[in-house]
Design a binder for this molecule. Structure first.
Ligand SMILES: [Zn+2]
Length: 310
């Protein structure tokens, strides 16, 4: 299980590189090794102004230059050339490079909108409950859902309570050799992985005016090579710690029971997956029952991006 680390660096072989490291990967693409990036200081101590003694303008002129925009991701042909020969060694919800838990003291609620013929509605009652209780969330939206709800997607992107993530263009498990999950065929090769990520990324950038930082594959299944491609494209592949609504199949009491497991002291750093595209499910009612009690017990929530330093 990979965790975000507050300092932007993680330990262990499965550790996720810090944000700066991710940028370096995207910029350099064929990066020599994560360790080299992780050891690079965030800023040079010599460049820091002495606290309280340096005029503002002088201090500003000495600050390291930080790019305001992310570097362009590698092209499809670059991804194909770099990754096509690599054989995956793992497949599932929790593979190397995929984040399923954070090191934050806050719980992260994530809600997916998977799109498709039976998945392009919006659970307005659930969103209303989150807004009423001022509980932030990260919303992963699929390309088919955006196509069915362009105005709503733009409204959600503009709401500071929410953060939008990329849930793929066709809602496919992310594989470089066509593995399936829950009967849904996965992407067949590195080029299809690129398309599944970037076609929706580009649609979201056009619609929302900003680039999503996080990606969750359809079904949340990945192989390790597909996860590495996601990271190389500058996105963090995300899984989950706690399944709140069982793919929007749980009745409300079950949702309330599962979400209620986010207890203070136990739930810190958990990433909870549920859905906001199935208004006929028990999800909204389950969250309406569970959230007030969690807040009373001191559980705090944050968007995924708030748990990962830029
Ligand atoms: Zn989905």
């Amino acid at each position: 299980m990979t965790e975000f680390q507050p300092g932007g660096h993680s330990s262990g072989q499965k550790g996720l590189p810090g944000r700066r490291s991710l940028l370096a990967i995207a910029a350099g693409f064929a990066v020599a090794g994560l360790a080299a990036c992780a050891e690079q200081p965030a800023s040079s101590p010599a460049a820091r102004p002495a606290p309280g003694s340096t005029p503002v303008m002088e201090a500003a002129s000495q600050l390291p230059v930080v790019p305001e925009t992310r570097p362009a991701p590698p092209s499809k042909s670059q991804v194909v050339a770099e990754f096509s020969a690599r054989k995956p060694v793992s497949w599932g919800l929790d593979v190397t490079g995929v984040v399923s838990k954070t090191a934050s003291p806050h719980a992260v609620l994530t809600f997916d909108a998977c799109g498709g013929p039976h998945g392009s509605d919006c659970d307005q009652r659930l969103l209303k409950t989150l807004r009423k209780l001022n509980v932030p969330a990260t919303l992963f939206v699929n390309g088919r859902w955006i196509k069915a709800n362009p105005g709503l997607a733009a409204d959600l992107a503009a709401d500071p309570l929410f953060e939008l993530g990329n849930h793929g263009f066709q809602h496919q498990p992310l594989s470089v050799n066509g593995r399936s999950a829950y009967g849904i065929p996965g992407t067949a090769n590195a080029g299809e992985v690129y398309d599944e990520i970037m076609r929706n990324q580009e649609a979201m950038e056009r619609l929302c005016g900003k680039s999503p930082r996080f990606f969750r594959a359809g079904t949340a299944y990945y192989d390790d090579v597909a996860a590495a491609i996601t990271n190389a494209l500058g996105l963090v592949p995300v899984s989950f710690t706690l399944n709140g609504d069982g793919g929007a199949t749980f009745p409300a009491p079950t949702v309330a029971g599962e979400v209620g497991k986010i207890a203070a002291g136990r739930g810190a750093g958990q990433i909870v997956i549920s859905h906001f595209n199935q208004p006929g499910s028990g999800t909204a009612e389950g969250y309406a029952r569970a959230l007030p009690g969690l807040l009373d017990r001191g559980v705090t929530f944050a968007r995924l991006g708030d748990t990962l330093p830029l």
